[in-house]
Design a protein around this ligand. Structure first.
Ligand SMILES: [Zn+2]
Length: 386
């Protein structure tokens, strides 16, 4: 009686992944086929395309042009159920600095503990720090308050169209660079998934919404607007029920902890990983943790190079506005609070966040995150190839 035991073990290993319906026993496994449709050069080309719009700062012509370009790409992939969420953005008055405690005694953002060496972080606001005069000019137009738009497209499920996973990344950036990693890398990942799932031969039982948040860098205003406008519409013809929200933000750079002198290793560390985080204080923490482990198992099975780690301190990202309503997780190059917040990414919000800064070893970490999310979501929505 070995066989039932083996089948049971397989089911335990990937409980959320439904077997392909209607496939014969000899057909190649659909999730592996879909993952194979991702490609490093395509992923890089999509990031490069986004960097043509500079840092894509919200409230600028270059940001609006980038939204239009993303929409055109989505349509070219066949993700034709395209829409835009519209909202208003008014910047708040500058926050008071009074009462801010010493950095060393506070826990990291999201609730984690800092360990080891920390380096300086911050946002570059000085145009002259950008040595490339072409890029400096491209990034020059200042943000204007007012009307905002963010684009999304939806793969409609065949048997449960009224239930969907939301897969997102933020398309706006800051820092007087190209926002190649933050968050061209996550935006391109979501675009590549929209391409694969929108292929005419791919069917899914449940729906998937691919969304490109705007105004992340001003305080998650685009994702908050989505939750405010659409949360109570769930289950109507206007909004499928949300099954989960998966955010992708800064996918490329895991060179390790800063050295004592504040410098970092020049190359991707060989033990680089994809960090999957949920928030332990969220109302849906238990369900989000389960979703995170589903992604970790998908990584184990399908990602070609880099492993995944699960953490409990998701913070400062567009999945946060969802976390008390639905299981919400984020994928990143490092933990946001204790690692990125401790200076593990020297290009974060800096003029050096350029396409040319990263090597194939960096881009490959983002590709492995794409493989992870594609495989996990394909299982969760019951993807099949016809
Ligand atoms: Zn970001």
């Amino acid at each position: 009686m070995r066989r039932p035991f083996v089948v049971l073990l397989a089911a335990l290993a990937m409980p959320a992944v439904a077997p392909a319906q209607g496939d014969s026993a000899t057909a190649p496994e659909p999730i592996a086929q879909l993952v194979a449709r991702l490609d490093l050069e395509r992923y890089k080309a999509t990031i490069k395309g986004l960097t043509n719009f500079g840092d894509r700062r919200q409230g600028t012509d270059r940001n609006r042009a980038a939204v239009d370009w993303i929409e055109a790409q989505l349509r070219s992939y066949g993700c034709s159920n395209v829409a835009r969420l519209k909202y208003e953005y008014q910047p708040p008055s500058p926050p008071s600095l009074a009462g801010r405690g010493g950095q060393g005694v506070r826990p990291a953002s999201g609730g984690g503990r800092y360990r080891g060496i920390r380096a300086q972080t911050g946002v570059n606001t000085d145009s002259t720090k950008q040595p490339d005069t072409r890029l400096r000019a491209l990034d020059a137009q200042a943000s204007t308050p007012g009307a905002r738009e963010e684009v999304y497209c939806t793969k409609i499920g065949t048997t449960h169209p009224g239930e969907m996973y939301i897969v997102g990344g933020h398309m706006d950036g800051i820092g007087w660079g190209e926002a190649a990693n933050d968050d061209g890398s996550g935006t391109a990942l979501v675009m590549e998934l929209a391409r694969v799932f929108s292929s005419a031969d791919v069917r899914t039982d449940r729906s998937i919404r691919f969304i490109f948040w705007n105004n992340e860098e001003t305080g998650l205003n685009g994702s908050r607007a989505y939750v405010e406008q659409r949360r109570t519409l769930q289950g109507t013809k206007d909004e499928p029920k949300w099954l989960g929200m998966i955010q992708h933000d800064m996918m490329l750079f895991d060179h390790g902890m800063p050295r004592a002198d504040g410098t970092l290793a020049a190359e991707q560390r060989p033990e680089a990983d994809v960090n999957i985080e949920f928030q332990s204080s969220a109302k849906f923490a238990a369900e989000a943790a389960q979703l995170a482990w589903t992604f970790e198992r998908a990584n184990e099975k399908y990602a070609t190079d880099y492993p995944a780690s699960v953490g409990s301190h998701m913070t400062n990202t567009d999945s946060a506005p969802f976390q008390d309503y639905v299981p919400a997780i984020s994928l990143r190059e490092n933990e946001r609070g204790t690692q990125i917040g401790a200076g593990w990414d020297p290009n974060w919000h800096q003029p050096t966040d350029l396409y040319a800064t990263y090597s194939d070893k960096d881009f490959r970490l983002g590709l492995n995150a794409a493989q992870t999310t594609l495989a996990a979501i394909a299982g969760l929505v019951g993807a099949t190839i016809h």
